[in-house]
Design a binder for this molecule. Structure first.
Ligand code: 1HE
Length: 270
């Protein structure tokens, strides 16, 4: 497996980057600080995200060490002025926005702390896989701050504002199992296997028509924000447009000519 490190001026040691087939693997690599995200770190993530979008068909983001991510680098944040805080938050929005509304699907492989900005980062991915060691928390209230990485929009939409308010007001720490019930993760897997599961899902997503994946990433969240009739109207056009691509025609013919794999009927939990 070839190990490509991020370059272009971003710190190569903060984020590992690997291209495995069509899937990019982006690893948060500041375990000594529990992958807390500093200004330099967010720039390293930005470089890796851009590179993944340019050469992969799907991507996985994970954390090196015992935790996915402990959120904002509080040591750096304590020294910031309000305007620096606003600019920092807007930069996080831009980088996480590239993940959520970029060109490829992102799967977050979660273990250990998925906390504060770490949960906001995970919320910008399209699928979240948590292993049994993962725990979720939003200790912003305890730290005297507020979410700034898109959590009030993305994380609140995943689990609902009431549950998010509970976590933020009480400091509640939520297990992987509860996180799954609350829609913070779609899969809970045995300890140490989240990355493998995320790779499996990313490989499956990478084998789809890219135009279909693009439509899923861009259309679903936008249609959710539309009035019902507007959403249905837009859906019809996206549906008709994706079906006119040569790739769609070939995939449809492959099914009709029995060249395509059939769906597998689930045996147990799927
Ligand atoms: C950090 C950070 C951090 C660890 N910023 N340095 N996030 C939080 O409030 C979570 C704070 N972190 C923790 O509660 C714990 O560190 C963990 C539960 C994640 C892990 O515990 P543990 O016992 O394994 O590690 P530790 O001993 O607490 O931390 C190891 C080192 O990482 C230590 O530094 P050291 O120099 O003393 O070794 C910690 O100071 C450092 N560290 N977390 C800076 N977050 C855009 S708005 C988003 C707002 C938020 O994200 S608020 C939530 C912030």
């Amino acid at each position: 497996m070839q190990d490509h490190r991020t370059g272009n001026g971003a710190d190569p040691d903060l984020v590992t980057y690997e291209l495995k087939g069509d899937v990019a693997l982006v690893g948060l690599n500041r375990p000594e600080k529990r992958n807390a995200i500093s200004d330099r770190f967010i720039e390293a993530i930005a470089v890796a995200v851009e590179r993944a979008q340019s050469e992969a068909k799907a991507a996985v983001i994970f954390g090196h060490g015992n935790h996915f991510c402990a959120g904002l680098d509080l040591a750096e944040h304590v020294q910031k002025s309000p305007i620096e805080g606003v600019k920092g938050s807007r930069r996080w929005h831009a980088v996480f926005g590239e993940i959520e509304h970029g060109a490829i699907p992102w799967i977050a492989a979660l273990h250990g702390a998925v906390v504060g900005g770490g949960l906001e980062l995970a919320s910008s991915a399209h699928i979240r896989v948590a292993d049994e060691t993962a725990f979720f928390a939003l200790p912003e209230g305890q730290r005297g701050i507020f979410v700034g990485g898109g959590g009030s929009v993305r994380t609140a939409r995943l689990m609902g504002a009431a549950r998010m308010a509970d976590m933020m007001l009480t400091g509640r720490v939520v297990s992987a199992e509860v996180g799954e019930r609350w829609n913070l993760a779609s899969y809970v897997v045995p300890a140490g296997t989240a990355l493998d599961k995320a790779m499996e899902l990313a490989t499956a997503a990478a084998s789809n028509a890219m135009l279909s994946n693009y439509a899923v990433i861009h259309a679903l969240p936008r249609i959710q924000d539309m009035a019902k009739e507007d959403g249905l109207f837009v859906e019809s056009f996206i549906s008709a447009f994706t079906a006119t691509s040569p790739e769609a025609e070939e995939r449809l013919r492959a099914f009709l000519e029995k060249r395509a794999k059939r769906l597998e009927v689930p045996k147990g939990d799927a």
